[in-house]
Design a protein around this ligand. Structure first.
Ligand code: COA
Length: 160
């Protein structure tokens, strides 16, 4: 069975991430969406909230597993018995960072192959931080995130 791991902070999941996950789910038997626990970034949503939002956003895709991890991605890939990682490439600016991560992971675990899917054009400029900022400043984030994520962001920002 072919398995691919899609790691990220998903704070929160956006339509850009969902685009990558749904395309990967057609290429592999199983996609493991792996949420990084101990990011250096200050989290907006807790790990449990992020996982719940991913679950609720991906009800249409059956061949996925949602998990969290900390420590090295190279070790996590090994632990899951997988060898392939997928990442989305939005613009040239992603390339250098992604290249560095792919090579570091390969150095740490030579079995790991990283594959890249080019982002669909409508999501090329999207990031979780941008979505949070637009929402914070009162902008409309419809079209960036699923409805359920939009409502949860607005709830956290303005009712919490
Ligand atoms: N569509 C929309 N947004 C996307 C996207 C896509 N297809 N792909 C990435 N992004 C956005 C994210 O929303 C995020 O936005 P933000 O910074 O505003 O929150 C940003 O791009 C960064 O992407 P993300 O996928 O969350 O990656 P990351 O850089 O936070 O984490 C890990 C990358 C988890 C893979 C990496 O940190 C990791 O492997 N960590 C484990 C430690 C380790 O092994 N280190 C050594 C190897 S580097």
């Amino acid at each position: 069975m072919s398995t691919v791991i899609y790691p990220g902070s998903f704070d929160p999941i956006t339509l850009g991430h969902i685009d990558i996950i749904s395309r990967a789910s057609r290429m592999f038997d199983k996609v493991i969406v792996a949420v990084l626990k101990n990011s250096t970034k200050k989290p907006f949503f807790s790990i449990d909230e992020r996982i719940e939002l991913i679950k609720e956003s991906l009800t249409d895709i059956k061949n996925i597993e949602i998990d969290s991890f900390d420590g090295l991605l190279a070790d996590y890939v090994n632990k899951k018995g997988a060898t392939t990682v997928v990442r989305g490439l939005r613009a040239m600016s992603d390339f250098e960072y992604e290249f560095q991560m792919a090579l570091t992971n390969k150095h740490l675990n030579p079995e790991v192959e990283t594959i890249f899917l080019t982002s669909s054009s409508e999501y090329m400029y999207l990031s979780s931080g941008m979505v949070r900022q637009v929402a914070e400043l009162g902008g409309d984030i419809t079209g960036f995130v699923p409805e359920i994520v939009k409502n949860k962001i607005l709830e956290k920002l303005f009712k919490g």
